[in-house]
Design a protein around this ligand. Structure first.
Ligand SMILES: *[C@@H]1O[C@H](CO)[C@@H](O)[C@H](O)[C@H]1NC(C)=O
Ligand SMILES: *[C@@H]1O[C@H](CO)[C@@H](O)[C@H](O)[C@H]1NC(C)=O
Ligand SMILES: *[C@@H]1O[C@H](CO)[C@@H](O)[C@H](O)[C@H]1NC(C)=O
Length: 333
């Protein structure tokens, strides 16, 4: 009852800057987590979280204890770009597809459009089990988009890769059935979301169909993600936060709660700084078969101990996609 109340209040009051619920209490040693990708493996009975810079954590239960278990590409990857030959992977995205786990990642650099989305596969997700397949899709200086922050959704058998961008924000294109390359060359891009107001560029998209829902929700983060200096933070509200829009199709068009298209600077805020939680974002979602709930994962920094970008940690909340009464179910966190 209290929980439902929190969800409802957090949604209804979101735009007025009222409190969001605290992240669920997690156990285990805190370790660096940024742009978390979360999944459950029913075979091994482990939950996994994959992070920017390659780290992996796993746990028997959703609430922990979470334990760091090394890197998903411990010996590097095959992608060499002009500014990131060392294969520092960003913003992983993980899904299970017919007997295999697919992990998409991005290689880029701050302020660069020389970016590549790559993919690795594993039958188990265990340490050392990932095979890197290299580049899926790239962007270069001068493109309208930026090939970062990949996210896969399988829509009635069609693989769709949503990505981007900071440059003109969020795009999507169909992948070949292998999941390793675009379906067509060049990819058939659909523009999904755009905010023209600096510094509110959008990135970190995740298209999610809640368990049992006929709707598709496009989550994304906007604002300043990183490079925080305590005492010299962005103007309040310009730091990372999470928005959502909804569609009856995985390919859009997506609109926010007021019906404003995401392509016209729409977006309903569903998570932002609150209490000691600073600059939450980089979301992924999944259906947890144990709790039988939709779960959102994100990163955040403790406002009282930001430590630049070093102290970035995992946040989890259950999501109630029907917390608002009336004809239109909507999302709360
Ligand atoms: C992108 O790559 C091109 C070609 O290698 C290079 O000339 C350019 O300086 C790179 N841009 C950035 C921002 O790294
Ligand atoms: C799903 O794909 C099948 C085969 O391509 C098609 O016949 C069917 O209409 C599709 N269903 C929906 C809901 O789009
Ligand atoms: C590209 O996608 C659009 C929208 O999904 C579709 O109507 C069009 O036929 C596609 N074009 C090609 C060349 O596949």
């Amino acid at each position: 009852m209290t929980f439902l109340y929190l969800l409802l209040v957090s949604f209804l009051l979101a735009t007025q800057g009222f409190a969001y619920p605290q992240p669920l209490p997690l156990t285990g040693p805190a370790h660096f987590t940024h742009d978390p990708a979360i999944i459950y493996n029913p075979q091994s009975d482990y939950y996994y979280v994959f992070s920017t810079h390659g780290g992996v954590a796993r746990s028997r239960e959703l609430l922990g204890p979470w334990t760091a278990v090394g890197q998903y590409l411990p010996t590097g990857c095959s992608i060499v770009t002009s500014n990131a030959g060392h294969c520092d992977t960003w913003a992983p995205d993980v899904h299970y597809l017919s007997g295999m786990y697919y992990l998409y990642y991005a290689i880029s650099g701050f302020g660069s459009q020389n970016s590549t989305i790559g993919v690795a596969t594993s039958p188990t997700m265990e340490y050392g089990s990932w095979t890197d397949h290299g580049t899926v899709f790239s962007s270069v200086d001068g493109d309208t988009f930026n090939a970062i922050d990949p996210n896969l959704i399988v829509d009635n058998g069609t693989l769709l890769l949503t990505f981007g961008s900071y440059w003109a924000d969020i795009y999507q294109f169909p992948l070949s059935p292998s999941g390793l390359a675009p379906l067509t060359n060049p990819p058939n891009l659909t523009w999904l979301s755009f905010n023209s107001t600096p510094p509110q560029s959008e990135e970190g998209a995740f298209v999610y169909q809640p368990h049992g829902s006929g709707y598709y929700y496009l989550f994304y983060s906007s604002g300043t993600c990183c490079g925080f200096v305590a005492g010299d933070l962005p103007a309040p509200g310009n730091e990372y936060k999470v928005f959502v829009g909804r569609s009856e199709s995985a390919t859009g068009p997506f609109v926010d709660q007021n019906g404003t298209p995401l392509l016209q600077t729409g977006g309903t805020e569903v998570l932002a700084s609150h209490d000691n939680i600073y600059a939450p974002g980089g979301t992924s979602l999944f259906w947890d078969p144990k709790s039988k709930k939709d779960v959102i994962a994100y990163h955040w920094r403790p406002f009282n101990n930001i430590q630049g970008d070093a102290n970035s940690m995992l946040g989890l909340n259950y999501v109630d996609f029907s917390s608002v009464s009336g004809a239109i179910p909507w999302s709360g966190i």
